[in-house]
Structures are given as structure tokens and as C-alpha cells.
Design a protein around this ligand. Structure first.
Ligand SMILES: Cc1ncc(C[n+]2csc(CCOP(=O)(O)OP(=O)(O)O)c2C)c(N)n1
Ligand SMILES: [Mg+2]
Length: 297
């Protein structure tokens, strides 16, 4: 290869490809579960990804993107995305019919010119709680973080055990998705699902708790109560100078213990095969790191 600092970016469109990667690469959250422990993986990148990953993108002289549409969460300003690098991609558009004939994919071999990013070290109670939950999870679990700060922090910080499946409604960001998502995931696989959801998002799909109870599904739901739409709060704060008016983001969530009782769900922090729900309360759920609109990524 004539390039000295080649970098591969792999997205979830490449999930079913058996890629023999022997060059530095970054992964999107859509495929973090598959590549988190890969020896050539250098971490994530993007708006709420690792600043180290974003720095590698600026340093690379060649970037090959496979199975990712590079949406605004990955590259908020495409005109500023690695202008110094030769960029090429497979499956930039999604959905996109590609003949996944591996002979069209070049050899994924290149020099190991960079280090892996160190782990995100944000040390607030919600980050520590995600660490603790990810430590307790089993290698066969499916993990579905919902949207908002809660979901984002879980996706940033979850330490994948090989075998785990981690996903959410990436980028499209449908609040409340994790509940029906979990029902589908466990019905399709028989595996236990851990849902991590904000108070605002649970309110959007609370009726589906009844389905979980009716089918006695192995779904453990953790509700993060931060008294409102935390993500909207943080975004508005970041965008302060661009806004002419604020939007109310605060609200109350019903008593989760009583809610569990009303639906007939177990109220417990313990991971088990019983359908359960548990509330954790945090005042500060700020996502860090997070790119601020208007700044250079
Ligand atoms: C259906 C829908 N409405 C609005 C939004 C915009 N939005 C994204 S995150 C968010 C707040 C989510 O609140 P919560 O679930 O409590 O999570 P938190 O950010 O507080 O952790 C909002 C309003 C969205 N993504 N989907
Ligand atoms: Mg909330």
C-alpha cells in the first residue's frame, strides 16, 4: 500500500461480512459489539465518540469506509471530514443493493501506525453505574440502550463481552424503541435483553410493558430518572447562542415501584430471566465527550 496512515471505518452494513482486518480501524456504534475487542480496533468516533478516533481521522492519509452511510452523527460536516485523506467507500448509501462479492473489497492490510484510544474516563455517577451494569451483564445478553443522554452514555461506555449484542435505533433516534425492540429481540432469539431507557422515552411506549408481562419475557428494564428530557436540555445548552427561545424539558415520572406493581412486573435491580423493571435516579446525566455545534470536530 502506498499510503502511510491508512484507516478503515466499519459500520453495521458490514456485519455479515467476514472481513479479515489487519489495519487500523474505527467502528460505528452499530457494530461496536462485533469489533470492540478486535486487535486492530482503535475505538469509535463522531459527535459523541472518542476524540482520539476523531484525531485519527484528521491524521489518516487514506480512509476506506465499509458498511456505513456516515450520517451526521459520524460526520456532522462532510466538507470538513478528513480533507487531507484520499477517501473511498463501499455502501455509502443505505439501503443500498451491493453485491457483497468479497473480491471487490481490497485487502484490508496496512501498517499499525496509531494507538487505540484510551477508555472514556468520564467519572460521574451515571457513567460509573453503566460500568457496573456492563460488568454484571452476561456474554449472552442483548443490550438495547434507548435514546437521549441515557442511551448515548450506555453506548459510549458499555464494555462488550464477546457474544453480546448491543444495538439501538441509531441516528434515527426513536424514543421508546428499546421496549418493542427488546420484545422482538428476545422473541427472535430466546436471549435475555437488558433495556436502558430514560424516563421520557419510557413514557412514549409504556403500554408495551403489558406485552412483556403477558408473554413473560426475559427483559430487565432500567429506567434512568433525571426528571426530564436530558438530551434536549444538553443540546439547548450547547446551542444557547443560536436560540431565540427555550423549550420546557422538565417533567415528572410516575412512581416506578407502583408502576411495576400495576403491570405485575418485578421491581428489582438484579439481572434475571424474570421480566423486571428498576429505577435509577441521577441529577447529572451530561454526555461527555460530546461535540458542540459550530466547533471543529
Ligand atoms: C419520538 C421522539 N421525539 C423526540 C425526540 C428528540 N429527543 C431525542 S432524545 C430526547 C430526550 C429523551 O429523554 P429521556 O428518554 O428521558 O432521556 P435522557 O436524555 O433524559 O437521558 C428527545 C426529546 C426523539 N428522538 N424521538
Ligand atoms: Mg430523562
Amino acid at each position: 500500500m502506498k499510503y502511510k496512515k491508512p484507516l478503515l471505518i466499519v459500520g453495521s452494513g458490514a456485519r455479515d461480512l467476514d472481513l479479515d482486518i489487519q489495519m487500523p480501524f474505527l467502528y460505528t456504534w452499530g457494530i461496536k459489539d462485533k469489533y470492540y475487542n478486535h486487535p486492530w480496533a482503535k475505538g469509535d468516533f463522531g459527535v459523541t465518540g472518542s476524540p482520539h478516533g476523531n484525531k485519527l481521522i484528521k491524521q489518516a492519509d487514506y480512509i476506506l469506509m465499509i458498511g456505513t452511510r456516515m450520517d451526521t452523527h459520524q460526520a456532522p460536516d462532510w466538507s470538513k471530514f478528513a480533507p487531507q485523506a484520499y477517501k473511498t467507500s463501499y455502501c455509502l448509501e443505505f439501503p443500498h443493493k451491493v453485491d457483497w462479492n468479497c473480491s471487490i473489497i481490497p485487502e484490508l492490510v496496512g501498517p499499525d501506525w496509531c494507538k487505540r484510544s484510551s477508555e472514556n474516563s468520564t467519572d460521574t455517577p451515571i457513567y460509573r453505574w453503566i460500568d457496573e451494569l456492563s460488568e454484571r451483564a452476561d456474554k449472552d445478553d442483548i443490550i438495547i440502550p434507548d435514546m437521549g443522554q441515557t442511551g448515548c452514555i450506555a453506548l459510549q461506555r458499555w464494555k462488550i463481552k464477546d457474544g453480546q449484542r448491543l444495538f439501538n435505533g441509531m441516528n434515527h433516534s426513536p424514543m421508546g424503541y428499546s421496549i418493542p425492540g427488546a420484545i422482538g429481540a428476545t422473541m427472535a432469539t430466546g436471549r435475555r435483553v437488558i433495556v436502558i431507557i430514560g424516563d421520557g422515552s419510557l413514557m412514549m411506549n409504556i403500554q408495551d410493558l403489558q406485552t412483556i408481562v403477558d408473554y413473560h419475557l426475559p427483559i430487565n428494564i432500567f429506567v434512568v430518572n433525571n426528571g426530564g428530557y436530558g438530551m434536549a436540555r444538553q443540546t439547548l445548552k450547547d446551542w444557547e447562542k443560536f436560540l431565540t427561545q427555550g423549550i420546557a424539558c422538565e417533567f415528572n415520572f410516575p412512581n416506578t415501584r407502583k408502576l411495576a406493581k400495576a403491570f405485575g412486573l418485578k421491581y428489582s435491580p438484579v439481572l434475571s430471566n424474570e421480566p423486571s423493571i428498576y429505577e435509577v435516579k441521577f441529577d447529572d446525566t451530561t454526555i461527555s465527550p460530546k461535540w458542540k455545534y459550530g466547533e471543529e470536530l
